[in-house]
Design a protein around this ligand. Structure first.
Ligand code: PLP
Length: 434
């Protein structure tokens, strides 16, 4: 079927708000490594990885084989029965965990569910429905997780079962405090003090949890500085508040020199939520953390039919083994470092680049006009990249941040090729070709 015909039929039967990338949306029908092909035979470098999800690359034989082998035996059994791959995956994750002491893992089907579950555990454990989230955060598309998301564009309803307060992250996109501090350390400290102030002025004092993404993903790849996170952690500890690290985008070596995004700050969280890269595209999410918190829920609950199912856990296990055996984290560090250098060079040459940021293979270019966010430039940039065979994403409250997150197997040559395309695309944006 032709893409325009498929688009027509898509519009007729799928929700009107389900927005698609590109003026002429594309259907990806095949992938191999960090390359994908559309239904018309066009080849692209996949530099968005299915929204920061395809971490090991497309059609990795080891992962495909594990899924196929499992599918041939049994597709589904449910959480009412023992599942060996589920137990092995939990053991593997705990062996890689940055959290100390006895731990448990609970599997679900997505990142939203993982955050829902983490907050369920935290609120039950602490006997409080109060939660602190950050402005600029994105935690999911369910009622509860939209309720802790700090971006109005992703919150069609203000309603939530939780009592949420929003703290200020130390970045100019989301914090008015930014203008007052030249020194990043001082800004980090001031924003951390905002958490203390929130606890003391706007809550009962018994807050269940603070939830944050080490690098705000949908928010535009905005890193929370280690100095900020470590100071916040001290304040949370003083008040007995749990720290939930939402690693849906930042886990499994994506950020380069550490396996988990939170490790850059040296903070030990109480719970970690994950999804996306865990299954390299399979629908799986999880909460991992201190056993006493996860076990605090009343016994004999089965709150997920598909959580930890045989297919997704067998596939995720093969995926984790692939990441570790091929040291993809090291590649993310090296190729990511090289790509960031190239992006910084582009920023020096192109006035429409406001900022380059991120770590490892989670990098962003912010597009501006006269210093103000320019979402139209971001759309034009994406079209120009697509025409030249590179797929990227966008994010940020204003939609002006270009998100770059290829599979961690990407080579230096492919990163160089993408940087060349970005250069041309930036020139075409500046020339007003769109
Ligand atoms: N948390 C973060 C940091 C995310 O980026 C996302 C999705 O983009 C979610 C949670 C929700 O995950 P899902 O879309 O799998 O429900």
């Amino acid at each position: 079927m032709r893409p325009d015909e498929l688009h027509e039929r898509h519009r007729a039967v799928l929700p009107a708000w389900l927005s698609l990338y590109y003026e002429k949306p594309i259907e990806l029908v095949r992938g191999e490594g960090f390359r994908v092909w559309d239904s018309e035979g066009n080849e692209y470098l996949d530099f968005f990885g299915g929204i920061v999800t395809t971490i090991s690359g497309h059609a990795v034989p080891e992962i495909v084989e594990a899924v196929k082998e499992q599918a041939q035996r049994i597709l589904h059994s449910s959480t009412l029965y023992l599942i060996e791959s589920q137990v092995r995956l939990a053991e593997k994750l705990i062996s890689l965990s940055p959290i100390s002491g006895e731990q448990k893992v609970f599997f679900v089907g997505s990142g939203s569910e993982a955050n829902e579950a983490a907050l369920l555990f935290a609120t039950q454990y602490r006997g409080s429905s109060e939660v602190i989230a950050l402005r600029g955060s994105y935690h999911g598309g369910s009622f509860g997780t939209m309720g802790i998301t700090g971006q109005s564009s992703w919150r069609p309803t203000p309603r939530t079962a939780l009592d949420v307060s929003y703290a200020l992250p130390p970045h100019r996109s989301y914090s008015p405090l930014y203008a007052r501090y030249d020194d990043p350390e001082e800004l980090a400290r001031a924003c951390a003090e905002d958490v203390r102030s929130l606890i003391q002025t706007s809550t009962t004092g018994r807050v269940a949890a603070f939830i944050a993404e080490p690098i705000q993903g949908v928010g535009g790849f905005i890193e929370l500085p280690p100095a900020y996170l470590s100071r916040v952690k001290e304040i949370l500890d003083e008040h007995g508040v749990l720290f939930v690290s939402d690693e849906v985008q930042t886990a499994f070596g994506r950020t380069g020199s550490h396996f988990w995004g939170i490790e850059h700050s040296g903070v030990e969280p109480d719970l970690i939520t994950m999804a996306k890269g865990l299954g390299n595209g399979l629908a799986i999410g999880a909460v991992m953390g201190r056993a006493e918190i996860i076990d605090a829920l009343s016994p004999k609950l089965h709150i997920s039919t598909f959580g930890g199912n045989p297919i997704s856990t067998a596939g995720a296990l093969a995926n984790l083994e692939y990441i570790l055996e091929n040291d993809l984290q090291k590649n993310a560090d090296e190729v990511g470092g090289y790509l960031k250098e190239r992006l910084l060079a582009l920023a020096r040459e192109h006035r429409c680049v406001g900022e380059v940021r991120g770590r490892g293979l989670m990098l962003a270019i912010e597009l501006v006009r006269d210093g103000a966010p320019d979402p139209r430039a971001a759309t034009a940039f994406m079209e120009a990249c697509r025409e030249r065979g590179v797929l990227v994403g966008k994010g940020g409250l204003a939609g002006n941040a270009i998100r770059i997150s290829p599979p961690l197997t990407v080579t230096r040559e492919a990163a160089g090729e993408a940087a060349r395309v970005f250069d041309e695309a930036l020139s075409s944006v500046e020339a007003g070709e769109r």
